[in-house]
Design a protein around this ligand. Structure first.
Ligand code: NDP
Length: 240
């Protein structure tokens, strides 16, 4: 296997599980992170996967970093757009900075990274892009106009990019997790989290590995007829 995979936000939570699954399947994996050096160092020590810092919300920084990664590791065949943040608050309390940070980090980042790899993928006639959406982009969520808009945008972005590149050997899909046990969800107040868990038919939070399994399935060479799809992984919390 000589496929190179880049996972944004790959050093913690869901991204870490995706990196590990890809590495175990034989991919050459590079993880990106935003600024938590301690977590990145621990991740690289544990997994042996290199972690490269750049801000996915910054177009130029992302372009330069991805060029460097391709020089160092080879052309990127698999891109997983996983980096994300929350800045929750109801609309009447949300300031512009919290709106903008979430849109830039969660949605504009998908443009920034995809723009840097898509031409090479088209020339080589192969590519796999998986974007991490969210149940809250599908269903909406109180206190998350920024996050729900960004994640819903990801689902539209996925379908449009899939159409544009379907004839070039490139598939573009989304995975929409429900609530998964990571730092992001641990930041939710316990009483709110308890209420959320009571609405999940499977009766538990998701595990990062639950998401990683589906990403691995979608990026395989033989998943070439699946494009523009969204796989919902939410323990039955939202079906439609
Ligand atoms: P975590 O908060 O555990 O990890 C986020 C990762 O993203 C970290 O590696 C972080 O880097 C990185 N990151 C954040 N901002 C940037 C940036 N500007 N540039 C580069 N990297 C950045 O998140 P989760 O694992 O919980 O979530 C992963 C994805 O899954 C996100 O897109 C999230 O929205 C989505 N998701 C999560 C759900 C959940 O329940 N956990 C549910 C549905 C969707 P650093 O460590 O340096 O900060």
């Amino acid at each position: 296997m000589d496929r190179v995979a880049l996972v944004t936000g790959g050093t913690r939570g869901i991204g870490e599980a995706i990196c590990t699954a890809l590495k175990e399947a034989g991919y050459t994996v590079v993880a990106n992170y935003g600024g938590n050096e301690k977590a990145a160092e621990a991740f690289s020590q544990k997994t042996g996967i290199p972690a490269i810092k750049f801000d996915v919300s910054d177009f130029e920084q992302t372009r330069e970093a991805i060029n460097q990664i391709e020089n160092d590791f080879g052309p990127i065949d698999v891109l997983v757009n996983n980096a994300g943040i929350t800045r929750d608050g109801t609309m009447h309390r949300m300031n512009f900075e919290n709106w903008d940070a979430v849109i830039q980090t969660n949605l504009a980042s998908c443009f920034n990274t995809s723009k840097a790899v898509i031409e090479g993928m088209r020339q080589r006639g192969f590519g796999r892009i998986v974007n991490i959406g969210s149940v809250n982009g599908q269903a909406g969520q109180y206190g998350q106009v920024n996050y729900a808009a960004a994640k819903s945008g990801i689902h539209g972005f996925t379908k449009a990019l899939a159409l544009e590149n379907a004839a070039k050997g490139i598939t573009v899909n989304a995975v929409a997790p429900g609530y998964v046990d990571t730092d992001m969800v641990r930041a939710v107040p316990p009483e709110v989290l308890e209420k959320i868990i009571s609405t999940i038919p499977v009766g538990r939070l998701g595990k990062p590995e639950d998401i990683a399994n589906s990403v691995l399935f979608l990026v395989k060479d033989n998943a070439s007829f699946i494009t523009g799809s969204t796989i919902s992984i939410n323990g039955g919390q939202h079906m439609y």
